[in-house]
Design a protein around this ligand. Structure first.
Ligand SMILES: Nc1ncnc2c1ncn2[C@@H]1O[C@H](COP(=O)(O)OP(=O)(O)OP(=O)(O)O)[C@@H](O)[C@H]1O
Length: 230
């Protein structure tokens, strides 16, 4: 099943009096369970594409289907519901709340789900901090954690809502090479164990090499047949 289907998508930004064509006719299908890298140089359109897939922004034209739902016809409330229940986000700057502990950061997105009791939330916090190897750091605040540990908290937070797709915009950009590789390995392990689809952007060749499928974007276009890596 295709968890993401993108049909002839264009995205144009207005910057002052000029127009920037960030995406120029993107077609892409992503199957449930894929571990996919979107690679390309700075300014090529990677973040724009991830923001569209994540329903943070809408295309200028073309269609995007997430989990077989056409997102263009949805109201802002429907989109935020789809986002909350289907998509997890990981950012290059981690985006953790500095005044909350690791456990509270993981709990935060769960608070919007009224059907989850406090004890169910606790179960998920313990489960996902355990998966990312941070059970001993549950009460630490972000400034008491290393960059790699902060990104692990962000991964646990993204997983906690049981999303179908995790979107990661340059998840290793602020990490040293070894830590970045460990984070990618962890994401890959979770992908294999849980079947969660991962879509991440990168311009780092070593990170691309760890993807199972690689799609290249250049100047707003997919520039070559995407290839499945060994
Ligand atoms: N909000 C915006 N307003 C105007 N132009 C924008 C906006 N966001 C992105 N752009 C432009 O769209 C193009 C694609 O940008 P995008 O951020 O998607 O690239 P990217 O591949 O993610 O780059 P990077 O690797 O540097 O993050 C660039 O030319 C950029 O300047």
């Amino acid at each position: 099943m295709n968890i993401v289907r993108i049909e002839n998508v264009f995205k144009e930004y207005t910057l002052g009096t000029s127009q920037v064509q960030a995406l120029k006719g993107i077609n892409l299908q992503i199957k449930s369970g894929e571990f996919l890298a979107i690679a390309g140089p700075s300014g090529s359109g990677k973040s724009t594409l991830l923001n569209l897939i994540g329903c943070i922004d809408t295309p200028s034209s073309g269609k995007i289907y997430i989990n077989n739902q056409d997102v263009s016809g949805q109201t802002p409330d429907q989109l935020s519901e789809l986002r909350a229940r289907t998509i997890g986000f990981i950012f290059q700057t981690f985006n953790l709340f500095s005044v909350l502990s690791a456990a509270e950061n993981v709990e935060y997105p769960l608070l919007q789900f009224k059907e989850l009791t406090a004890s169910k939330r606790q179960e998920r916090i313990i489960k996902f901090l355990d998966i990312v190897g941070l059970q001993a750091f549950a009460h630490h605040r972000p400034n008491q954690l290393s960059g790699g540990q902060r990104q692990r908290v962000a991964i646990a937070r993204a997983l906690a809502t049981h999303p179908k797709v995790i979107l990661a915009d340059e998840p290793t950009a602020n990490l040293d090479h070894k830590t970045g590789e460990d984070i990618l390995q962890l994401m890959k392990q979770i992908n294999r164990d849980s079947g969660t689809t991962f879509i991440f952007s990168t311009h780092d060749a070593k990170v691309m090499a760890m993807a199972e499928r690689l799609v290249r974007i250049e100047d707003g276009r997919l520039v070559e047949e995407d290839r499945v890596l060994a």
